[in-house]
Design a protein around this ligand. Structure first.
Ligand code: FMN
Length: 210
């Protein structure tokens, strides 16, 4: 299905197909000056919980007036100039046993890139991670690693990083107050809030929606 975004109809775009993601990312680069109302949401997920959280965050920010783009973290273009075009970059990631870092396979390449400390100074980022405190010694290992790396890259966390612990119940219930706070904060604090700049318009992105 082909859809077009418009200023009047903010929408959530899910890019599940890597080829489609690459094409969309190229399109986004071409519309670089117009991305102020766009939020990129990247997720790393082994069994689907973090992916579902990314969808919930997407829904909330779409309702707040943003165009949201949801991709696996490995398919996020590893280019600071690209990332800086977005009003906000949201990272959602679980911990797994996929590798020594406990980062899910579909986020490992992105996390490895962060280890080179790309210049993300003052970039607005929000981080929500999932784990299980019964994993002694590696509780939220991927989340802690990503938070440390992002901090060393100089990012500015829009809201304090959030964490859901399986031992505390549903991750979606634990996500709710965090995402509500995020939506409130982006409306108020981030330059380019559609509530403030709706008349500027939104990028003219044509893409396939999975
Ligand atoms: C095989 C496996 C390994 C896990 N390893 C860790 C871990 O090392 N640390 C941690 O905090 N949670 C760990 N968890 C818990 C997950 O992070 C948690 O269940 C999370 O909600 C799963 O999200 P996901 O479905 O997006 O991967 C593990 C879960 C599984 C199934």
């Amino acid at each position: 299905m082909t859809r077009r975004t418009s200023a009047l109809y903010p929408m959530r775009t899910r890019h599940a197909n890597p080829a489609c993601e690459l094409r969309v990312q190229t399109t986004l680069m071409e519309t670089s000056s117009k991305l102020r109302h766009n939020v990129l949401i990247g997720y790393g997920s082994a069994t689907g919980q973090a992916e579902d959280c990314a969808d919930i965050i997407g829904d909330s920010l779409t309702a707040a007036g943003y165009h949201t783009h949801i991709v696996e973290l490995n398919n996020v273009r590893r280019d600071p100039a690209f990332l800086r075009q977005f009003t906000l970059f949201v990272v959602v990631c679980s911990s797994s046993d996929d590798n020594d870092d406990h980062v899910p396979d579909n986020a490992a390449e992105f996390v490895d890139w962060l280890k080179f400390f790309p210049d993300l100074k003052n970039m607005p980022i929000a981080l929500f991670t999932l784990g299980d405190s019964s994993y002694n010694g590696s509780f939220n290992a991927a989340g802690n690693l990503i938070e440390n790396l992002l901090t060393q890259c100089g990012v500015k966390f829009t809201v304090p990083p959030g964490l859901a612990d399986d031992e505390e119940g549903s991750p979606f219930e634990q996500l709710e107050p965090w995402v509500n706070n995020l939506s409130r904060t982006v409306k108020l604090a981030i330059p380019g809030s559609p509530m403030v700049h709706a008349e500027v318009g939104t990028p003219d992105i044509t893409t396939d929606v999975a």
